[in-house]
Design a protein around this ligand. Structure first.
Ligand code: NAG
Ligand code: NAG
Ligand code: NAG
Ligand code: NAG
Ligand code: NAG
Ligand code: NAG
Length: 335
């Protein structure tokens, strides 16, 4: 797309602010919350979501328990069912029970990769169940707070982010009020079992998405209010630049498979400065492959003053995740 076309599109969309209608709330089992991120398997099954008690659930649209989330697996290799089932968020027990945040399938093997806040990068086999821990430290340094990932559909390489090297997930409030910039972007190659750090010094890395053609990978900085781009291939390989500067805090970012666009969950803190103090106003922002904001969609009806952590488009439908909600949202945009 030429720059001129993009500018015309940008003008058009800015003149057409949109919002979204909530179609459905897919409820987690009682007491659980925090479907921070969503994934779909290669057969279109799901969404799969992580939860506060360390389990990963699959939403069954059909079958004997259609219309509900069914337990699929978990992300802590030392999880104990009696101790963990039903656990609410930010409990210290999550250091044993696990806290699955970023999710993504390898669409060739149907293995589910999980960024667990406490157990690094793990994967769950195609039939669900127990995890295999893949990366818990990088060059001898333990991961502290793993948050988001994306799996390259061609190469199977997993790009994942650590939010902070100083604060754990249970210290999220302290992290949000810090000026921390110890986040990193990593790549894990399942063929070699090697992990490489691509970027460091990120201000709370929160979301990761590769481009459809695998030439670059994007990482959001929640506190830095930016999206950084790391070039994987081509003339600029192994360099990075700024993809977009935002007015709000970007959380997860998701590639739209049918276009080269991305959905970013953005929270604008409405309270008096300094941020980040709630209340927030939740939006989904669609970016072009060149980093232009094409559409800004208010999610106020969905989330009120709660933060949205993910907006994802799958098979023509939009889904929303939130660290604080007890459900995954299904919605439709309107102009
Ligand atoms: C996509 O949605 C259409 C109906 O809108 C449905 O027939 C089809 O099975 C869906 N595909 C997947 C992979 O879910
Ligand atoms: C959920 O759906 C999967 C795939 O269709 C199926 O294997 C499983 O038995 C279903 N679970 C329940 C409890 O219905
Ligand atoms: C996996 O993803 C690639 C790239 O998006 C696509 O071409 C391919 O059809 C997908 N394979 C499956 C089994 O879904
Ligand atoms: C993180 O939280 C734990 C208890 O939940 C506390 O012991 C620890 O001091 C906190 N660390 C930081 C860096 O705030
Ligand atoms: C992959 O590397 C990790 C250490 O980084 C090690 O613990 C694990 O056993 C290795 N897995 C395989 C399959 O080699
Ligand atoms: C990028 O850097 C890595 C690590 O130094 C190196 O192995 C790789 O060949 C480089 N890629 C390109 C395209 O220069």
């Amino acid at each position: 797309m030429s720059i001129l076309t993009t500018l015309i599109l940008l003008f058009f969309f800015i003149c057409s602010p949109s919002a979204a209608y909530l179609l459905n709330e897919l409820q987690l089992p009682p007491h659980l919350s925090g479907p921070e991120s969503l994934a779909f398997d290669r057969n279109g099954g799901g969404p799969y979501v992580g939860s506060s008690d360390g389990r990963i659930f699959r939403y069954n649209a059909t079958g004997p328990r259609s219309g509900s989330f069914v337990e699929y697996g978990y992300s802590s290799p030392i999880r104990n069912k009696e101790m963990c089932d039903g656990l609410t968020d930010f409990s210290d027990l999550q250091t044993r029970c696990g806290r699955p945040l970023g999710l993504g399938f390898n669409n060739q093997t149907n293995e589910l990769y999980v960024a667990d806040a406490y157990f690094g990068l793990v994967k769950i086999g195609p039939n669900g169940g127990a995890p295999t821990q893949l990366v818990r430290d990088v060059q001898g340094t333990p991961l502290i707070f793993t948050d988001a990932l994306d799996v390259d559909p061609e190469t199977g390489i997993v790009y994942f982010a650590q939010s902070s090297a100083n604060f754990q997930f249970r210290n999220l409030t302290a992290l949000l009020n810090s000026g921390d910039s110890s986040g990193s972007l990593y790549m894990y190659d399942p063929k070699t079992n090697q992990t490489r750090e691509l970027l460091r010094g990120l201000s709370m890395a929160a979301g990761v998405a590769g481009s459809n053609d695998g030439s670059f990978v994007l990482v959001t900085e929640f506190l830095g209010r930016r999206i950084q781009r790391f070039w994987v291939r081509g003339d600029r390989a192994n360099t990075s630049d700024t993809f977009a500067v935002l007015l709000g805090s970007p959380d997860n970012i998701k590639r739209i498979p049918t276009s080269n666009h991305f959905w970013v969950a953005v929270n604008n803190f409405l309270g008096p400065p300094p941020p980040p103090i709630p209340p927030v106003s939740a939006t989904g922002v669609r970016y072009s492959e060149n980093g232009f904001a094409l559409q800004i969609m208010s999610l106020l009806d969905e989330y009120g003053t709660q933060a949205v952590s993910e907006v994802q488009e799958f098979n023509g439908t939009l889904y929303g995740g939130s660290l604080f909600a007890s459900y995954a949202a299904v919605f439709t945009p309107y102009l």
